[in-house]
Design a protein around this ligand. Sequence first.
Ligand code: KG4
Ligand code: ZN
Length: 338
Amino acid sequence: MAIILAIETSCDETAVAIVNNRNVYSNVVSSQIQTHQVFGGVVPEVASRQHLLLINACLDQALQGAGLGWPDIEAIAVTVAPGLAGALMVGVTAAKTLAMVHQKPFLGVHHLEGHIYASYLSQPELQPPFLCLLVSGGHTSLIHVKGCGDYRQLGTTRDDAAGEAFDKVARLLDLGYPGGPAIDRAAKNGDAAAFKLPEGKISLPQGGYHPYDSSFSGLKTAMLRLTQELKQSPEPFPVDDLAASFQDTVARSLTKKTIRCALDHGLTTITVGGGVAANSRLRYHLQAAAEENQLQVFFPPLKLCTDNAAMIACAAADHFHNGDRSPLTLGIQSRLAV
Ligand code: KG4
Ligand code: ZN
């Protein structure tokens, strides 16, 4: 048993959760999406200020929701990296202060490790090793999970993250922010085969292509050209077909790399994390390809796929059991590999 209170403020969600190992007692997420929507994306300074305004209310709500008081909390955890520096600072300062005031052990957690642990929350019987496809606004990674704190990144992106590509293409199509859900919605009325788009392959110096790395810059450029061309045409702008074709290309490409990576490494279980795990086309292709190859694939519920503090607390609980503690001098890092 380890009751952990965790704080997550690495981007635009102010989140506090209380978890007992893999049991979620409370999971408070205060989204700033509406605040940033007018700017068409996350504004770092605005995010830090919003975290400051929201953090105390989120802490109170998490304790009330769990029906607990500070004496019940065994340790305090927080996301220390990677993320927006100012945003991370708010959470880390709050967590350190609380650890000092209430004399609790303190644990700094890597944000991506949190996304990996979201799968354990929804699938408590899940055991490593498995392959985690992490697709969010900041990351596109294929991670071989061997155990607590034992991760090997097998694939990454050479340019934009998958969610970033969705956000940028949505802006191009005037679909608004955040782009992923907007494209997903528009794509439902579109034809995925309407436009043939490049998949984004990474050439290797010795010839051939990198099997697991992604690139979205060629696809983005193709979308830009098509959009410019089609906007000149007298025909109605085929926004739904463009959204569906773009989404299908990304989903197929991620599916192909993930399945190949799992098979090459003898991994029979795949989990998906990050906001793009919500994408309906990715779910469709990955599920079908996994079944075809007799692999298991787990998609945590959306609330656990997007940024939250329950996943941070869950990762911290395993580290806590292993005897890990962080010093109160631990700083934030805006960039850090898992
Ligand atoms: O994990 P997350 O909440 O925050 C980060 O750590 O980045 O992911 C946010 C990203 C955004 O880029 C958003 O557009 C994308 O996830 N996203 C989606 C969908 N829902 C959210 N992308 C594609 N399809 C969706 N349905
Ligand atoms: Zn995230």
